[in-house]
Design a protein around this ligand. Sequence first.
Ligand code: NAD
Ligand code: USQ
Length: 397
Amino acid sequence: MRVLVLGGDGYCGWPTALHLSAAGHELAIADNLVRRRIDEELGTSSLTPIRSADQRIDAWNERAGVPIDLFVGDVLDYDFLSGIMGEFLPSAVVHFAEQRSAPYSMLDREHAVYTQHNNVIGTLNVLYAIQEHAPSAHLVKLGTMGEYGTPNIDIEEGFIEVEHKGRRDRLPFPKQPGSFYHLTKVHDSHNIAFACKVWGLRATDLNQGVVYGMVTPETLIDERLHNRFDYDGVFGTALNRFCVQAAAGHPITVYGRGGQTRGFLDIRDTVRCVELAIMNPPAEGEYRVFNQFTEQFSVGELAEMVVTAAARLGVQGRVEHLPNPRVEAEEHYYNAVHTRLLDLGLEPHLLSQSLIDSLLNVAIQYRDRIDQRVILPRGDWRGSRQHGRERLTTTFS
Ligand code: NAD
Ligand code: USQ
């Protein structure tokens, strides 16, 4: 297949592009490299040293059967996007190219507006470019489990059978997103479903949980192919952060009581899920939703698993419950269905102590690159009304 990966320089996009290329597909990547610039804005960088986009692509193309094309540009620039869509004529478009940090979207008005504009208008451009140049291409769009929030009923895969006043219907599952970032995914989902209905496009919305891990078989081949690994308080995600914190001798930052439960998956399963979606496209006009995670954990459980693994490696980890900078339920019911990717053949890499060991070892290997100043969360989601609150940064002073 001819696969266009939008956002293919990022944490999920890069290993996915390599995996699909290794599987024999013809690949093109488009990325405006904004994620690298956001590191500069936040004064952070990946735990692992990563090469420039050009150097990585060159390193892969030295060995690839069919080289990957790299297009540096913005999906908000319709001429750019339309140009590559018309030139490359993909059979599948995998869309990762969004601002993906919930805390970043909640920093202030500017970051909320940037996130909503980048994500919602970007996806609208993608839909128009597909309709214009490749209407039979399959859009595989990265959404989030966070679209659903934490309802007090089981979460279904995209749709729910409802009986109301004696009549029945299959309707989109109610959305209760928890940040301006998560809201963009809801808006995208509505726009994609609508485009499928009116233009007959075909799309898979992958409602992905929190990703952990760093390596896939392809990123391990050469150190020039290494993936990024975020641990800072804005882009780092729970398990990845906890491993770096333990390795750095920093308290493990559980927000609030730690009963927040989410779906999680290994990055090796991210790349496989995208491949499974591509290999099993929906019908013309079909909009479908897969819940893309393999296991659910509370953040408190993850923190305890890291403490246990760290102790085995001779590192003493300690959990510290910080005042929660977010507005979210800290104890709640959570049971989300996730069978559709398993039905297509996904064989999950379940979270194991050895995986946590390997993440801890990577963090220990790059310990001198860990900047303790960027670990604590930034911003308070309650905003200016709460400016009188004790600042979170005083916790460790
Ligand atoms: P990332 O920030 O590492 O990668 C996103 C890439 O898209 C970056 O390389 C960035 O430069 C690029 N990009 C952003 N806006 C762009 C634009 N307007 N034009 C062109 N390129 C643009 O994020 P990630 O962790 O790889 O996430 C990828 C996707 O998966 C996102 O849509 C995210 O919401 C979703 N997702 C991620 C996770 C996770 O835990 N990382 C979980 C669920 C869903
Ligand atoms: N958390 C802590 N301590 C930390 C970091 C996070 O307790 O140091 C808690 C958060 O409060 C939250 C949970 O862990 O309850 C998950 O937070 P996270 O930062 O790991 O992940 P999240 O903000 O939900 O976002 C990540 C990705 C996003 C994706 C989402 C999937 O950044 O792109 O959409 O996971 S989901 O969570 O299913 O919505």
